[in-house]
Design a protein around this ligand. Structure first.
Ligand code: G6P
Length: 500
């Protein structure tokens, strides 16, 4: 054990997330293992910090291994890789490997079969299984041990470096506590933060979970627990109070646990705003120029996104306002997601049928009301769709934040369109200039569509300007900055540049 831990001079960021910022794929021609980098907003903001402070990233490579199979090695980034991840060297990656059965129980079963619906306040969809939970515990332990390896790694050669551990999302809610225990056993001072990317439900819903106490204790192992909005913070604080009997300070958002004070903070995530603007300015047109107006929906295919209600609302619009027939169409892009989980398979069937039904009901010889893409599209194409759509329909039944709403406004570089947004998304708390409407009220959404399609240019411009200004100011770098501030980290300077 090291006695008298010195006052730290330097910090090194260790990101811990279920997925690494890239997946590993074997090139079928050369047989060489290559990185396929993610272009997500979080990666854009966080990867440069990991690079600069010589930090580490702990996560899953996207592959499975049998008992006698050798895990892949981590290659350096391809020379043509221009994403922010490219700067992360292979030795900064701490891979976590698990086999298919573990993965199935932990990811499909516990994370996405139980916690995802529960945390989105849809408990009827949640399936709780002890086997799944046991593998969730085991995988969280594995991640914690790997994080300890990363902690040793960043201190190698300089034990005064303070590891700043940043855990992400509902996959890893137990890791904070275990990482604290493991590092304290070795006398290493660490700072630990957690950010939940999905909602945190009210106590009444949360208590349905048999492992509510373990989850709260896992999270309270951190110094800072961050959520998108204040409501989620208050829900969490209430659960700590009711379930664990913790003393809480709701005004200053502090939970007392043992002899520690845990800071609970609202930090709404943003997007890499300027990147989307640039993409929109440069992307070639994908939607053909016609006289038809485009209503756009972009979502992972997930029951929380309210796709069925949305299709019904569009159907209602055509019923009530037949003047839109041959004048408007609805383009829905649904990105395949969690396709091993039954709820997602069933939803796909339901959507396929409903799209067919509505198209059958209204199509004419030269027009159909819905264009439905089930698949992944490139960032360029996405920016082009966002830019050229007249209305974005973002109507989740429940959503932690919803980045589609933000990406749409960033890409609206031309004739201003209208955002229709659900108040049940975190984004609905701040994007006041959107047309807010309840996705459960089908008629209300249909009327909002009519209002959007009729909105005069001046009003559209005014609303869009307000929306864009806010997203530009509160981009993903600002979010990361907020987190670092809450962690009392010195890694980010007040001008948002990274300390080297
Ligand atoms: C949500 C979660 C993320 C997750 C993403 C995609 O946004 O908060 O943690 O990565 O969905 O889901 P997947 O299951 O494919 O990782």
């Amino acid at each position: 054990k090291e006695e008298n831990v010195e006052v730290p001079e330097q910090e090194a960021l260790i990101v811990v997330s279920n997925r690494l910022p890239f997946v590993l794929k074997k090139n079928p021609l050369t047989g060489v293992v290559e990185r396929k980098s993610s272009a997500g907003g979080l990666v854009t903001a966080v990867a440069p910090v990991v690079v600069q402070c010589k930090g580490k990233w702990v996560g899953w490579t996207g592959n499975f291994y049998g008992p006698n199979e050798e895990p892949d090695y981590i290659p350096e980034a391809d020379i043509n890789d221009k994403t922010p991840t490219a700067g992360i060297k292979a030795d900064q990656i701490v891979p976590v490997y698990y086999d298919k059965t573990h993965f199935n129980n932990y990811y499909n079963g516990c994370c996405n079969g139980a916690f995802w619906p529960l945390f989105h306040s849809m408990p009827d969809r949640a399936v709780f299984s002890v086997d799944h939970w046991q593998d969730y515990v085991a995988v969280n332990k594995l991640f914690s041990e790997k994080t300890l390896e990363a902690i040793h790694g960043v201190r190698e050669g300089n034990p005064t470096v303070t590891p700043l551990v940043w855990i992400h999302d509902y996959h890893l809610m137990l890791a904070g506590n275990t990482i604290r225990e493991l590092s304290e056993n070795e006398g290493i001072a660490v700072k630990i933060g957690f950010f939940l990317h999905i909602p945190f439900p009210p106590w009444d819903i949360f208590r349905i979970c048999a492992w509510d106490e373990d989850i709260l204790m896992g999270l309270l192992g951190c110094d800072v627990v961050g959520f998108h909005i204040e409501d989620y913070c208050l829900n969490f604080i209430e659960c700590c109070h009711r379930r664990l009997g913790c003393r809480v300070d709701r005004k200053n958002m502090i939970v007392e646990y043992g002899n520690r004070h845990i800071r609970v903070r609202a930090m709404p995530i943003g997007i890499p705003y300027s990147r989307f603007v640039q993409l929109a300015e440069e992307a070639p047109r994908v939607i053909k120029i016609t006289t038809e107006t485009v209503i756009l929906g972009v979502d992972r295919l997930d029951y929380t996104k309210g796709l069925i209600n949305r299709l019904h609302a569009f159907e209602k619009l055509l019923e009530h306002h037949p003047e839109y027939i041959e004048k408007v169409y609805f383009m829905q892009i649904a990105v395949p997601s969690r396709t091993d989980v039954k709820e997602y398979q069933d939803l796909k069937e339901e959507i396929d049928q409903l799209v067919g039904k509505i198209n059958g009901k209204f199509s004419t010889a030269n027009w159909s009301p819905i264009r439905y893409i089930y698949g992944c599209i490139s960032q360029n194409e996405l920016a082009s769709f966002y830019r050229d759509a007249s209305v974005a329909l973002v109507t989740p039944l429940r959503d932690g934040m919803n980045l589609v709403a933000k990406e749409f406004v960033a890409c609206q570089t031309g004739d201003p369109g209208v955002l229709i947004l659900s108040p049940f998304a975190g984004a609905g708390e701040m994007m006041h200039e959107a047309l807010l409407c309840n996705p459960y009220e089908i008629e209300e959404v249909a009327e909002a569509l009519h209002t959007a399609l009729q909105m005069p240019l001046e009003e559209r411009a005014m609303r869009m300007q307000g929306l864009r200004r806010r997203e530009k100011k509160n981009d993903v770098t600002t979010w990361m900055h907020m987190f670092m501030q809450a962690m009392e980290s010195k890694l980010i300077k007040p001008d948002k540049s990274i300390m080297t």
